[in-house]
Design a protein around this ligand. Structure first.
Ligand code: GTP
Length: 229
């Protein structure tokens, strides 16, 4: 039986995922913590102004996959123009708010969910809610219960993270990419099933038992063309 962990050429599949949320919630810091776990958090970090992405190999229960993580600009004037590019060919989205900033949580339903629906087929995107800055417990403005209720409403999972301490950062990215990978495997299996039943009805059609994964492009790093974006 073939194990659906990589493309036929042996390369891990590449999935584009997008970070969304208000300016200052810690999107850039979360990506930086994931890709450079030992580097201290940079508090003088400047606001993201355009398109930046990093690629990172991640583990899932079904094997290694490569995530191309797009760090988006939270500031309205940049985000509005760039949203279609952010969402093009994306397979997953991490919605980030700051647990010490109630406004950043309210923006999820007031702004970011609407943007998701306007610019993508939201049902096709795997979604994860992340409450960042969990190290600042004494300044908390958003309870975990409130965030969980939001997740139930929109059908997504939830984790609290700290880009400062590193708490749950890897877990958050692995959780989302695991959901994305599962969805791709299931889609491939059902395509395979449809082909198999066609083959049974038409003996001239060869039956395929090779599991092919959807791959956006070559697994290159830092190249906007790698995923056809
Ligand atoms: P935009 O690029 O404007 O959309 O902002 P962003 O969401 O990428 O936020 P960024 O990563 O730039 O972080 C904003 C500020 O919050 C910086 O000063 C970070 O050092 C700080 N910060 C980010 N994550 C954490 C965290 O987990 N804990 C604490 N204490 N500070 C954090």
């Amino acid at each position: 039986m073939s194990r659906a962990t990589s493309t036929p050429g042996g390369k891990p599949p590449l999935y584009k995922i997008v970070m969304l949320g208000d300016s200052g919630v810690g999107k850039t810091s979360l990506v930086a913590r994931l890709t450079n776990p030992d580097r201290p958090l940079n508090h003088d970090i400047s606001a993201t102004m355009g398109i930046e992405f990093d690629t990172q190999m991640l583990d899932t229960p079904q094997g290694k996959v490569k995530a191309q993580i797009w760090d988006t600009a939270g500031q309205e004037r940049f985000a509005r123009v760039l949203l279609p590019t952010y969402f093009r060919k994306a397979k997953g989205v991490i919605l980030v708010y700051d647990i010490t900033n109630a406004k950043s949580f309210e923006s999820l339903s007031e702004r970011w969910m609407a943007q998701l629906n306007d610019h993508s087929n939201a049902d096709d995107l795997a979604k994860l809610l992340v409450g960042n800055k969990s190290d600042l417990e004494s300044s908390r403005e958003v309870s975990a219960e409130k965030a969980s209720a939001f997740c139930q409403e929109y059908g997504m999972e939830f984790l609290e993270t700290s880009a400062k301490s590193g708490d749950n950062v890897l877990a958050a990215f692995e959780k989302l990419i695991g959901i994305v990978h599962d969805r791709a495997l299931n889609a491939t299996k059902s395509k395979g099933g449809a082909k198999a039943s066609l083959a049974n009805n038409n003996k001239s059609e060869p039956e395929e038992d090779v599991v092919k994964l959807e791959e956006d492009g070559a697994a290159g790093s830092g190249d906007a063309n790698a995923c056809g974006c």
